[in-house]
Design a protein around this ligand. Structure first.
Ligand code: 4NP
Length: 155
C-alpha cells in the first residue's frame, strides 16, 4: 500500500537552485490537487559541490513568496541507485542530462527527461546561479511542472 504511483527525482548541477525549486513547486501542486499521497518527489545534483548546503537564499525567497517552504532540504549528489529507485528523473538542462547518462551508465529504461520537454517547446532552464534571474527560473520551472502534471493526466 505504500507504493507510490510516481516517484520523481528532479536533477540540476548544484541542487541548491533549480531542482529544489522544481521539487517544492511540484510537491505544492500535487498537494493542491489532492494527490500528494500518490507521489514521492525529491531532488539531487549531478555535482557534489554544494553537498549538505541548504537551498540558495534567492531561490528560497522565491518559494516563500509563493507560500512554499523548502525547510529541511539540503543538497545531495545523485547516486547510481537513484536510477533504479525513481520512475522519472528530470533534468533542467542538457548538461544535467549528459552528466546523468554518464553517472547512470545510460538510460536503458527511458526514465531521463528534460523538464521543458513536457511543454512542447523543449529548451534548457538557465542556471540562476550564473544569470541571477530567479524570476525566470520560477517561470520556467512552474511551466514545466504544470506540463508534467498534464502529461501524467492529473490536470
Ligand atoms: P543549480 O545552480 O544547479 O540550479 O543548483 C548551481 C548552484 C551552485 C553551483 C552550480 C550551479 N556551483 O557550482 O556551486
Amino acid at each position: 500500500m505504500d507504493k507510490k504511483d510516481y516517484k520523481i527525482l528532479f536533477v540540476c548541477l548544484g541542487n541548491i537552485c533549480r531542482s529544489p525549486m522544481a521539487e517544492f513547486i511540484m510537491k505544492h501542486k500535487v498537494a493542491e490537487s489532492g494527490v500528494a499521497d500518490r507521489f514521492e518527489i525529491a531532488s539531487a545534483g549531478t555535482s557534489d559541490e554544494e553537498r549538505g548546503n541548504p537551498v540558495y537564499p534567492p531561490a528560497r525567497k522565491m518559494l516563500y513568496r509563493h507560500g512554499i517552504s523548502c525547510d529541511g532540504k539540503y543538497s545531495r549528489q545523485i547516486v547510481p541507485e537513484d536510477y533504479h529507485y525513481y520512475d522519472l528523473i528530470i533534468g533542467m538542462d542538457s548538461s544535467n542530462i549528459s552528466d546523468m547518462y554518464y553517472a547512470f551508465g545510460g538510460d536503458p529504461e527511458g526514465k531521463i527527461r528534460l523538464l521543458l520537454d513536457y511543454t512542447g517547446h523543449s529548451r534548457n532552464i538557465a542556471d540562476p546561479w550564473y544569470t541571477g534571474d530567479f524570476q525566470a527560473t520560477w517561470d520556467d520551472v512552474n511551466e514545466g511542472c504544470d506540463a508534467l502534471l498534464v502529461d501524467l493526466g492529473l490536470i
